[in-house]
Design a protein around this ligand. Structure first.
Ligand code: BG6
Length: 510
């Protein structure tokens, strides 16, 4: 049966068909594969978005086999899929799963992989299309790319087939390592074959920033320094580092979140309208605005940023340990679990409008949002009525949870006198759209298969964002004073409040 006849596709005729493919997952035994990739593939299949001619090959060290890989996939779907496992879909998927047990640097194994891929092309009709997915620690990316190249698996055999490589964040540890990683990948793959995945770009609400800005006539004209006072971007988490202390202690909030997710949100909010909804047009604008961000001198980096580390505290009514007591964290660690910074975008649209970014673990609650605060009413029309200053309008794009958008404006409180109160005009995804939003990974895996890299970060974008974050990291590395602390369950260190208060502004309440 051809993919266009797939019965599961009924009702989805507006979605382009994915060509036949083999997805090779390096690091198939890991958490990312279980929690995200396998459930994403399953859900795409459930929606009839994948062709019948497909195969998934797990590649990992260890002694897994096709059978144990299939069992793992089955359990992963049961545990992590957003929709329950349906036997008929599973029965279709199961025989498509294969496994190669080998070390990532084992050159012979890549030859074996090549043979398996050719066999799958022949038997499953996968058409020579390969998506290589590195679900491994980033330290393994260069060796995987190099070995794929050495085995001749880095380019398509035919003009009408594709070979693509997906790598996950973090892309490097600082500017130099990011540039080096890009160089190593470019030694083997063309930029157009490389998909750098930042899962925030796969979130519906993040994509909606583009729709909101460029699919509506009334917002773009006020989206500038004439009307906007400042922008706050918050990605707060209530979880701690959990079992990831080993990784996190070498990363910290700036590398783990600011360099990628938050800078991406900033770019989408601040960029100029792209000429088209296409990969290079969108990414050109993102790079342009990132390059327009005022680079910090060492002194500015210290003055314009705050970091912090959580201490023991209370989250959701439960006692939780401090960062230094987490597993695999050095007892004298200076790694930041919170970062806030003030960025200025030096261009005509944004000159003088601060962008305040903050992110942290073990904060009071989980909330990701972008709040655009407009300027106060210029004419104090109600001054004579002796009432408190009118609150400014705030447009809030809620990324998660409670996905939606709200606009706060002043309304007259009913009664014989003029009293003004801030009220909200609210849009909630959950109640407006009946369909459950797909997971970020579903959208992003699908885009890789379609060859659409609009929602993936280009090498120059990554390097520019690193330039900004590295200047903070370098400035902090010279500091010897104790790192500010905050109790778990709070809104972050007090120093972060001061960052805004000194300018007469306030963080939004978490
Ligand atoms: C990841 C970070 O990229 O994003 C994690 O490594 C963080 O530390 C996670 O918890 C947050 O993602 P989400 O989708 O839960 O907001």
């Amino acid at each position: 049966m051809s993919s266009t006849q797939n019965p599961l596709r009924e009702g989805l005729t507006h979605v382009a068909t994915v060509p036949p493919f083999v997805l090779v997952i390096f690091g198939a035994g890991g958490d990312l594969t279980r929690r995200k990739l396998i459930p994403a593939i399953y859900n795409l299949m459930l929606d009839g978005l994948l062709p019948q001619e497909m195969a998934i090959v797990g590649f990992s060290r260890g002694d897994d086999t096709d059978e144990t890989f299939r069992k793992m996939a089955h359990d992963a779907i049961e545990e992590f899929s957003r929709r329950p496992l349906e036997e008929d879909v599973w029965n279709t998927l199961q025989p498509m799963l294969h496994f190669v047990a080998a070390d990532f640097d084992d050159a012979e194994a890549y030859k074996k992989l090549g043979t398996l891929l050719t066999k799958l092309d022949r038997e499953a009709g996968t058409g020579g299309n390969r998506l290589f997915y590195c679900a491994t620690p980033p330290s393994q990316y260069p060796v995987i790319a190099e070995r794929l190249g050495a085995a001749g698996l880095n380019h398509a055999r035919r003009d009408d087939s594709f070979v693509r490589l997906v790598v996950e964040k973090p892309f490097g540890h600082d500017t130099e390592s990011a540039v080096a990683l890009n160089r190593e990948l470019h030694d083997v793959f063309e930029e157009g074959q490389i998909y750098r995945l930042d899962h925030y770009l796969g979130k519906e609400t993040v994509q909606n920033i583009l729709v909101f800005r460029f699919g509506n006539g009334i917002f773009e004209p006020v989206w500038n320094r004439q009307y906007i006072d400042h922008v706050q971007i918050t990605v707060a988490e209530s979880i701690g580092v959990g079992t990831r202390g080993g990784y996190y202690d070498h990363a910290g909030a700036a590398r783990d979140m600011l360099q990628n997710h938050l800078m991406q949100l900033l770019a989408l909010v601040a960029m100029e309208p792209p000429v088209a909804f296409s990969a290079d047009a969108v990414r050109d604008e993102k790079v342009k605005v990132l390059r327009a961000i005022h680079p910090f001198t060492t002194r500015e980096a210290v003055a314009e940023s705050v970091r912090g580390q959580y201490e023991a505290g209370l989250v959701d009514g439960k006692d939780v340990p401090g960062y230094l007591d987490e597993v695999d964290v050095a007892a004298d660690s200076r790694t930041e679990t919170f970062v806030a910074a003030r960025f200025l975008v030096d261009n005509w649209r944004w000159a003088g409008v601060p962008f305040y970014l903050r992110t942290g673990k073990r904060l009071a609650k989980r909330v990701s949002e972008i709040a655009i605060q407009f300027q106060r009413v210029p004419h104090r029309f109600f001054q004579s009525l002796d009432m408190p200053e009118i609150e400014p309008n705030v447009l809030t794009l809620r990324i998660q949870p409670d996905e939606g958008i709200s606009l706060k404006f002043g309304a007259k409180v009913p009664g014989p006198t003029i009293r003004i109160q801030g009220v909200n005009m609210d849009f909630f995804y959950g109640s407006t759209f009946a369909d459950q939003s797909p997971e970020a990974y579903e959208r992003l895996v699908l885009d890789c298969l379609h060859g659409d890299s609009t929602l993936f970060t280009r090498h120059d974008e990554v390097e520019t964002a690193w330039g900004l974050v590295s200047s903070l990291l370098n400035a902090w590395a010279r500091e010897t004073s104790p790192i500010p602390v905050y109790p778990a369950g709070s809104a972050g260190p007090e120093e972060a409040m001061a960052l805004l208060e000194r300018e007469g502004r306030r963080w939004r309440r978490l």
